[in-house]
Design a protein around this ligand. Structure first.
Ligand code: HAM
Length: 424
């Protein structure tokens, strides 16, 4: 028997309804902020991810699903959404249409990570990217949209961590400071970090192997290397968040695991007394140079991505799903072969009118057909047998009113209209 690949999940039954409920809520809200949906391919040329996230990031060096296609091209299943959206933004010259372009996406991402609670090898991200301007207001508005979505979903116990990693000049200076600091104790770092010192010392700070190493915990913070301009920009972002009433905590250790960020970086972290405690459910930030480094114009972007499975689990934990509203369900029961065909034809016209209708395809006895009805919890059961057919009638068990009615076939839609109540 085949089993699913480690780190992947099947969604079925109520889990699919929950996923779609999440999708409905987030898309509803994000559209109010002016975002339009973008759908990009699930795979891209490998270089799209290497260039954007950086060769030294865990994402690129350890976690990518990369393969050669039959044309000998190196292809990678997308480990995150931003790089593909940036590639598409430039390739389709979206910057020519309008100054500010706001895009959102929802789809599967792939990372070869060790599976554990809230960590998968195929997982879904809902993400946004806003291109066009360097503005503390825009950064704050992006962060606010994420917070408002969590509110709408009813998720509590989350904390917003925020930091600035400055502009390119600040980061270059900080890289030098870190290089000097770590070089003294290079032997206390893992093998990967020993090579990161030379190539990209910032990446040492989010190393998963060395994460509890005191050397990392006590490393100099970026704050001291920030340029005046970067400090001013960060202060502005914080002031706007405060004005909007959003609680945050400045976390000087927050640098994020991908290379493309500049200035504002942030994460929403779940704090619960369950296995999900401490998990980041949303991460993002500003990226001033990514579009340009892909060969596009000098246009900054800012965005974030939610880990959908993590959010769905927290919602289950906190009991946040409403009773998912179903449409009128009608089950049709037939007592002989000719009636069976009639129920199929009737089901077809009911569905065309927008009703959800189901029938039993095998049985002519009442018992198994009522068993099916029991399982589906219909609002109405329509029964057709020889007697009904001869009189052009239908027998209807109305489960809302708890009655049994006999009506003429031609009166069916009027009957349903009169007897179906939205809130039943
Ligand atoms: P990220 O922090 O790598 O950022 O991922 C965003 C979110 O995806 C994480 O906070 C987490 O909730 C979820 N996630 C990541 N890896 C896994 C996994 N293996 N299993 C389940 N969930 C996971 C990005 O991907 C950036 N592209 C975000 C961004 C958009 N920055 C700017 N724009």
């Amino acid at each position: 028997m085949y089993q699913k690949v480690k780190g992947t999940q099947d969604f079925f039954n109520l889990d699919v309804e929950k996923f779609r409920y999440f999708e409905k809520v987030v898309t509803n809200i994000i559209k109010k902020y002016g975002y339009e949906e973008i759908i990009t391919p699930i795979f891209e040329h490998t270089d799209v991810f290497v260039r954007s996230s950086g060769e030294e990031s865990d994402l690129v060096s350890k976690e990518m699903y990369t393969f050669l296609d039959k044309g000998n091209r190196s292809i990678t299943l997308r480990p995150e959404g931003t790089a593909g959206v940036v590639r598409s933004y430039i390739e389709n010259k979206m910057y020519a249409q309008q100054n500010l372009k706001k895009l959102y996406y929802l789809g599967p991402m792939f990372r070869y990570e060790r599976p554990q609670a809230g960590r998968y090898r195929q997982f879904y991200q809902f993400g946004v990217e806003a291109f066009g301007m360097s503005s503390a207001l825009l950064d704050a508005d992006v962060i606010l949209s994420a917070a408002r979505i969590f509110e709408a979903l009813g998720i509590k116990n989350i904390k917003l961590h925020i930091n600035s990693i400055g502009d390119l000049a600040s980061r270059t200076l900080y890289a030098e400071v870190l290089k000097e600091y770590f070089s003294k104790d290079i032997n206390h770092l893992c093998g990967d970090c020993q090579s990161r010192i030379h190539k990209n010392p910032l990446r040492i700070l989010d190393c998963k192997v060395d994460k509890d190493n005191p050397l990392l915990i006590n490393a100099p913070k970026i704050g001291a290397s920030l340029s005046d301009e970067a400090i001013k920009y960060f202060k502005e972002v914080l002031e706007i968040l405060k004005a909007a009433g959003l609680d945050y905590e400045v976390n000087e250790n927050l640098v994020r695991g991908l290379d493309y960020y500049t200035d504002t970086v942030f994460e929403f972290v779940y704090q619960g007394d369950d296995a999900m405690d401490g998990l980041t459910i949303c991460g993002g930030g500003k990226y001033s140079n990514l579009v340009k480094s892909f060969g596009g114009p000098d246009i900054p972007g800012v965005g974030y991505a939610f880990g959908v499975e993590r959010i769905l689990s927290i919602m289950a934990e906190q009991n946040l799903y409403p009773t998912l509203k179903e449409k009128t369900k009608i089950v049709l029961i037939a007592l002989d072969p000719v009636s069976k065909i009639q129920t199929l034809v009737l089901a077809d016209s009911l569905r065309k009118k927008g009703y959800e209708a189901e029938l039993d395809y095998f049985n002519y006895n009442l018992r198994p057909q009522f068993k099916l009805a029991d399982r589906l919890h219909p609002d109405f059961i329509i029964i057709i047998g020889e007697e009904e057919r001869s009189k052009k009638q239908l027998t209807i068990k109305n489960k809302i009113a708890n009655t049994q009615d006999t009506i003429l076939e031609e009166e069916l839609f009027t009957y349903l209209k009169e007897n179906y109540h939205e809130n039943a």
